[in-house]
Design a protein around this ligand. Structure first.
Ligand code: SF4
Ligand code: SF4
Length: 287
């Protein structure tokens, strides 16, 4: 069983900690092994705040040097996470090396990862040994027919899959990981991106399935229609639609409802980012 640190709190998993405890995402994982039809990671800017965006990429060594300085600027920096800008397990060497180095420097902080789950399974034992206590898997569908309109392709064991075959593989891998993570005592959050007309009517099925496998909490995130993606013209989910989706999901497991849809290099309190971090990060990327 993974021993959970008690001196720190996770602002995403513990709503009371959101105003008191900060998190940082270390942007060390640039590549992705799938293509979601709502994702565009081509932006490199300080003004846009959404997943996939970051102001620079760091090597594991640069990331830990940056972390040492950041820790002197941010009070109660309790969570160290990796959330891209691609997928942590499309870049497993960088991800695990960063976690190892960070753990050696900051043994008391909470370690957290966010992944699409396609290539997570081979690394679960190592994550537990590194005392990663929180893992988020983004699962947008458990029905391959619906998944096939969300994922353009996946790259699995050096082969590209598209359509239903791609969706079948990713869904199988994602779902397999939930009980394996739980067996290691890891807290599991499921993120689902709500795409009106595509998966909004399917979220109860997702919630039911992930809850039956042991997931702890679910986070239904309204899609942010993004330029130059297949879903750039999709309707933004309305307030009532999100309310309904959350209502049906809540029948099956607890919900997180305060997600800030953070950047891949977010730092600080949720919703109140320490934006000076982006400049610092650029400097460390050049060292
Ligand atoms: Fe983009 Fe994340 Fe999907 Fe990869 S898994 S394509 S980084 S949204
Ligand atoms: Fe937490 Fe949501 Fe931000 Fe991830 S994107 S760090 S779950 S608030």
């Amino acid at each position: 069983m993974v021993e959970k640190p008690t001196a720190a709190a996770h602002p995403c998993f513990d709503v009371k900690a959101r105003h008191t405890h900060a998190r940082v995402h270390l942007p060390v994982a640039p590549k992705c092994n799938i293509s979601c039809n709502y994702c565009n990671r081509k932006y490199d800017c300080v003004n846009e705040s959404r997943p996939g965006v970051c102001s620079a990429l760091l090597s594991p060594y640069q990331a830990v040097e940056y972390l040492k300085e950041l820790d002197t600027h941010i009070e109660k920096l309790s969570v160290i996470g990796i959330a891209g800008p691609g997928d942590p397990f499309a870049n497993p060497e960088e991800t695990l090396e960063t976690m190892r180095l960070a753990k050696a420097q900051f043994p008391d902080k909470i370690f957290c990862l966010s992944t699409n789950g396609l290539n997570l399974k081979p690394y679960i034992d190592e994550l537990a040994l590194l005392n990663v206590t929180h893992v988020t898997i983004t699962i947008n569908a458990v029905d391959p027919d619906i998944g096939s309109s969300i994922y353009a392709w996946i790259r699995h064991e050096k082969k590209i899959y598209r359509g239903r075959a791609a969706a079948e593989i990713i869904i199988k891998n994602q779902l397999e990981c939930i009980p394996l993570l739980k067996a290691k005592g890891i807290t599991v959050k499921i993120n689902s991106v709500i795409l009106p007309g595509v998966n909004d009517h399917h979220i109860e099925e997702v919630a039911k399935m992930v809850a039956s496998l042991g997931a702890d909490v679910m986070n239904c995130i309204p899609v942010l229609p993004t330029k130059d993606t297949a879903f750039e013209d999709i309707d933004k989910p309305s307030g009532p639609l999100m309310k309904e989706v959350r209502k049906v999901a809540k029948k099956h497991l607890g919900l997180m409802t305060h997600c800030s849809r953070c950047r891949a290099d977010a730092a600080g309190l949720l919703g109140h980012d320490f934006t000076e971090a982006y400049g610092m990060l650029r400097e460390y990327a050049m060292r």
